[in-house]
Design a protein around this ligand. Structure first.
Ligand code: PMP
Length: 395
């Protein structure tokens, strides 16, 4: 499958994303079999046209105001200022513009951080089940992902297990709240507890351990739940964000990494993150997106809409006989499959024109991952098909 002299690091990184890659091929095959009435819950993609404020922000930003409008950009001052101000509002911490690194989405932001912090053999703690690209990106940076299971059934962080997993080689811990795939939003007590553990471990091992806070879905929380950034509790925090989830425009890439103002050694890290942006293949938001950012920064997702879809899906799935939790945040509902083979069950659903991600692809075997970003008509059509597929599988 890999050419014979593929370096071990490269092979491990690529091998780690084979399941999602294989699913994407299956998904393309489902789509090209071409049912007009398909209901697509497979990925966190939009299924309605992009909102007008987003389109007009880009239309406005596309017109050059100066000769260097489309010159090489790294981190432009006006969008950096705005992001720092938003982070100050969000956290009450004195975030500074110089600590904001504007990247091509959260993936770029994560990779520049991993490349700046991780050396050969260094360890990065990943809470399980994780977003499907963390492992590959850590391996790509030369490090080793160390999986720590979250607490069964609640999916809260297992602080004692994290503490046990930390070694002298641990360079960072990734925390993703609201979580993809579990929908968990971590509470203040958990985050305060995590900070204590990290501080204690740093003292014990005489090392520095960064908390990398993946806040991709921080604007997507349900039932009035409140997102709290781990940066409020832990000084050595790097915030990762993307506009792709908030605006539901993941193909038009912009996001950032931001250093907490309480992180010591920020000046050296600033230089490293900027050079990582270049070394990671110009992991920089495009000129157009940097110009558009001031008009995008204050847009928020249509939470009434997302909440209504989450509620309909959760209630409809339960009525159809599925056992499922209601996510507190992010885009995904993860019902149990009626048979253990989640990929086979996703195949049954696909034959009915309902596309879902098999849970085993996101380390949740025996489940499906269903995105609430499907449109209402898809949900209307899909609920009876979900019920029929379950009845057939149980039957
Ligand atoms: N982190 C999480 C938890 C995600 O779900 C995603 C997108 N699926 C990303 C990071 C990457 O975001 P982006 O598309 O902006 O790179």
């Amino acid at each position: 499958m890999f050419p014979p002299d593929t370096p071990a690091r490269v092979e491990r990184a690529h091998r780690s994303i084979v399941p999602i890659y294989a699913f994407l091929e299956t998904y393309q095959a489902w789509k090209s079999a071409g049912r007009d009435d398909a209901c697509d819950f497979a990925l966190g993609n939009p299924h309605s046209v992009a909102p007008e404020p987003f389109v007009s922000a880009l239309r406005d930003a596309v017109t050059p105001r100066s000769a260097d409008w489309y010159a090489y950009k790294i981190n432009e001052r006006p969008p950096r200022d705005l992001v720092a101000a938003s982070l100050r509002d969000l956290t009450g911490l004195a975030f500074e513009a110089e600590d904001v690194f504007l990247t091509n989405g959260a993936t770029g932001a994560l990779q520049i951080v991993f490349n700046a912090l991780i050396g050969p053999g260094d360890e990065a703690i990943v809470n399980h089940p994780p977003w499907f690209f963390y492992d590959g990106m850590i391996l790509n940076a030369g490090g080793l992902p160390v999986r720590v299971a979250t607490t069964p059934s609640t999916f809260d962080l297992d602080l004692a297990a994290i503490e046990r997993a930390i070694t002298a080689k641990t360079r960072l811990v990734i925390v993703n709240s609201p979580n993809n795939p579990t929908g968990k939003v971590y509470g203040e007590a958990t985050l305060a507890g995590l900070s204590e553990i990290l501080t204690r471990a740093e003292r014990k091992h005489e090392t520095t351990i960064h908390l990398v806070s993946d806040e991709a879905y921080r604007a997507v929380v349900y039932d009035g739940a409140r997102f709290v950034s781990p940066a409020k509790f832990h000084d050595r925090t790097i915030v990762i964000y993307t506009y792709g989830k908030t605006l539901l425009t993941p193909g038009q890439r912009i996001g950032y990494a931001a250093l907490s103002p309480r992180l010591d050694g920020r000046e050296a890290l600033r230089r490293m993150l900027t050079s990582s942006q270049i070394l990671c293949g110009w992991a920089v938001a495009s000129a157009l997106m940097q110009h558009a950012l001031p008009a995008l920064e204050h847009l928020s997702p249509d939470m009434a809409d997302l909440q209504a879809r989450r509620d309909r899906l959760v209630a409809g799935l339960r009525d159809g006989g599925y056992e499922t939790r209601a996510p507190e945040g992010a885009f995904y509902i993860t019902p149990k499959t009626p048979i253990a083979d989640d990929a086979a069950f996703a195949g049954d659903l696909a034959r009915l024109g309902v596309y879902c991600l098999p849970g085993s692809v996101v380390q949740m075997p025996g489940h499906l991952r269903i995105s609430v970003t499907a449109n209402d008509a898809m949900i209307d059509r899909a609920l009876p098909r979900f019920a029929a597929a379950r009845a057939a599988a149980a039957g």
